[in-house]
Design a protein around this ligand. Structure first.
Ligand code: AMP
Length: 363
């Protein structure tokens, strides 16, 4: 058997991270006859409810990581902030898919933007910011408004500030850490879209159609497919996805978020996530293969699946107490998916519904 021969059903996939994405990966793996072993420090993680094989331990607990690695055939992850040392420790013992490079690039916005630019993928103009002097110089170059972001550990809009005038620079600089920071030109985008792409160990790259995403309070609220974009723009998004997946020799599913510029003819990549992605949850209701199965197929070296879409769809996240109304949301064409979290909190993603055949207003 060579290193990338298909793993047989009954193999065990280790998943670092026990949130809803890990849970949905474990469910998809079970449908392919695979076992999963979830590793997460939080004993109440949603993914633990759908697999009997689990480790509750910290990501720097080397004894626990070693026995986890011994118990599985391949390891994947459901979040991009897996510590680099954890990734190295695992990768020295068992295949880690996607690899450590994808993690390194997506954990650091400066690395990410450098990588994307080098791969011929457009990003917003940006400058690294190590000091207040750097920030003032960068604002002079990029103009206002601009967006100051932490390079690491930002998500759902956390770790960023819009700077509207140069007078706001010092306060924004003081408010954000860890440093360095990155200043981005403010993009007056028309809309946001994303592409869920997959790469296989054989070098195939397959992308789902772009979805059009709407955020509320910095958290994804809806993804609509088809997106109201031209075929030419959809082709540009798919081309960017191919370049990114190809440049990383990427094995697994990746989410790529774009800003569509005014006029609708061009786009920039905002960020990439080396994992299944919230804006790909629509695929479970209307695609021959969904993003979770696609990821599992890639990491066990099975051929990538058919991403044909069979209906229009709107995916809506149920955030915080919205989940309490689930029973009232179950009209025709609605597929619910709840994550089994015991406690709703404002801003917490509790589940989603897919409205299949929804009037998207798109052609
Ligand atoms: P991020 O954490 O980088 O994904 O940013 C979260 C959200 O902030 C994005 O989905 C955008 O809506 C907005 N945003 C981020 N960067 C910019 C930018 N350079 N210009 C305008 N809006 C931005």
């Amino acid at each position: 058997m060579t290193a990338t021969d298909p793993l047989p059903p009954g193999s065990t996939i280790g998943i670092l991270g026990g949130g809803q994405l890990g849970r949905m990966l474990a469910l998809a793996a079970a449908r392919l006859g695979m076992k999963t072993h979830v590793y997460c420090p939080d004993a109440l993680s949603p993914a633990f409810e759908v697999t009997p094989h689990k480790t509750v331990a910290a990501y720097d607990d080397e004894a626990a990581l070693a026995s986890f690695a011994d118990a599985v055939d391949v390891v994947t992850y459901e979040f991009e902030n897996v510590p680099a040392r954890t990734a190295e420790f695992i990768a020295a013992r068992v295949p880690l898919r996607p690899g450590a490079r994808a993690l390194a690039v997506s954990q650091d916005r400066l690395e990410e933007k450098g990588f994307l630019s080098d791969s011929g993928v457009p990003v917003a103009p940006y400058r690294p910011v190590y000091s207040l002097d750097d920030l003032e110089a960068a604002l002079a170059e990029l103009g206002t408004p601009a967006v100051l972001k932490t390079t690491r550990l930002g998500y759902d809009g956390k770790g960023q500030r819009i700077i509207r005038t140069i007078n706001e620079a010092a306060a924004a600089f003081e408010a954000l850490e860890p440093r360095p920071l990155v200043l981005e030109a403010f993009i007056g985008f028309d809309k946001e879209i994303s592409v869920i792409a997959a790469g296989s160990a054989k070098g195939e790259v397959v992308s789902f159609e772009p979805s059009e995403n709407v955020h509320r309070d910095h958290i994804l609220k809806t993804s609509t497919v088809p997106a109201s974009i031209s075929p030419a723009l959809a082709a540009k998004a798919a081309d960017a996805a191919r370049r990114i997946v190809g440049a990383l020799d990427y094995v697994g599913v990746m989410g790529i978020e774009f800003f569509v510029l005014a006029g609708g003819e061009d786009l920039l990549v905002n960020e990439i996530a080396p994992r299944v992605h919230n804006s790909g949850h629509w695929t479970e209701a209307v695609c021959v293969t969904d993003q979770f199965e696609q990821h599992i197929r890639a990491v066990v070296y099975w051929p990538l699946g058919d991403v044909t879409r069979t209906a229009d769809v709107v995916m809506e996240n149920l955030i915080g107490y919205e989940v309490d109304s689930i029973v009232d949301l179950l009209g025709s064409g609605v597929r619910p998916h709840l994550y089994g979290k015991t406690e709703a909190r404002p801003g917490r993603k509790m589940g989603h519904v897919n409205r299949v055949g929804a009037q998207t207003g798109r052609k």
